[in-house]
Write a protein that binds this ligand. Structure first.
Ligand code: NAD
Length: 257
């Protein structure tokens, strides 16, 4: 399908899943706005490379998703937002009684509250354009739990709940809102967890991947950023016009267990 003429804003997209989704949306013809909290040459070069490859307009706009005003400014600076992909996210792992308060606050702000701010700013633009798609990147941890990830799991469950509310508020309009719930995807966020887990369990890298990270992913394969891009494009298609207020798992069977 062609997304020509649509503008997509993807939060947290100078790396990992967000960058993968931005590339796939651009390959499908959308103009894209990349984002993170940094403002380096490399960030802008990512956008330039996408423009060059796809012939669409790709821009990079710096905005810190831990700050409500910057979330809203990102959408304002984009100038148009037909497709909003709320993807920015961080992780921290600790037992709840030792969980640092600053980490709790940062995860709730970046992984959940940013979705409130960007959606609030983008919906009027979607209404003016007469079409819109909000795609929230939640997680299998938006539907199930694991120990030591209290903030992340609270935030991701919150995003799933918020997706349902936004869907109900836009139900009679040509706008949908859904959450994609990935299982493990091999991105920098997951890669960073491997060395410590190897030390903790005294395991080789491949053992950590199969027996720890993918322990709950029955396919024993990581989902890919291209697959998440494809799922996002499906949610933007006419075939998905009546899919709203729900979750789509891309988790190799995790939530079937
Ligand atoms: P990643 O670390 O590669 O990417 C995270 C992105 O968020 C980066 O672009 C980073 O710059 C950005 N970001 C972080 N703090 C930000 C801030 N304050 N303001 C703006 N941007 C900020 O991680 P990823 O694995 O690609 O994760 C992307 C999303 O997918 C997250 O919401 C994550 O929770 C979710 N997710 C990841 C997995 C996985 O296995 N990797 C599984 C399920 C869900």
């Amino acid at each position: 399908m062609s997304l020509k003429g649509k503008t997509a804003v993807i939060t947290g997209s100078n790396s990992g899943i967000g960058l993968g989704i931005a590339r796939e949306l651009a390959r499908a013809g959308a103009d894209v706005v990349l984002n993170s909290f940094t403002d380096t040459e490399a960030d802008h070069a990512l956008a330039a490379a996408i423009s060059k490859e796809t012939g669409t307009t790709a821009r990079y706009i710096k905005a810190d998703m831990s700050k409500g005003t910057e979330c809203r400014d990102l959408i304002a600076q984009a100038g148009r937002c037909d497709i909003l992909v709320n993807n920015a996210g961080i992780q921290f792992v600790a037992p709840i009684d030792e969980f640092p308060v600053d980490k709790w606050d940062a995860i709730i702000a970046i992984n959940m509250t940013s979705v409130f701010h960007t959606t609030a700013a983008a919906l009027p633009m979607m209404r003016a354009a007469g079409w819109g798609r909000v795609v929230n990147i939640a997680s299998a941890h938006g539907l199930t739990a694991s120990p030591f990830k209290a903030a992340y799991i609270a935030a991701k469950h919150g995003v799933v709940g918020m997706s349902k509310t936004v869907a109900l508020e836009t139900a009679e309009e040509p706008i949908t809102c859904n959450a994609i719930c990935p299982g493990y995807v091999l991105t920098p966020l997951v890669e960073e967890q491997i060395p410590n887990t190897m030390k903790e369990y005294g395991m080789e890298r491949e053992e950590v991947i199969r027996n720890v990270l993918l322990a709950r992913q029955p396919s024993k394969e990581f989902a890919t950023t291209e697959q998440l891009g494809g799922t996002t494009i499906f949610l933007c298609s006419d075939a998905a016009a009546q899919i709203t207020g729900t979750t789509i798992s891309v988790d190799g069977g995790w939530t079937a267990l």
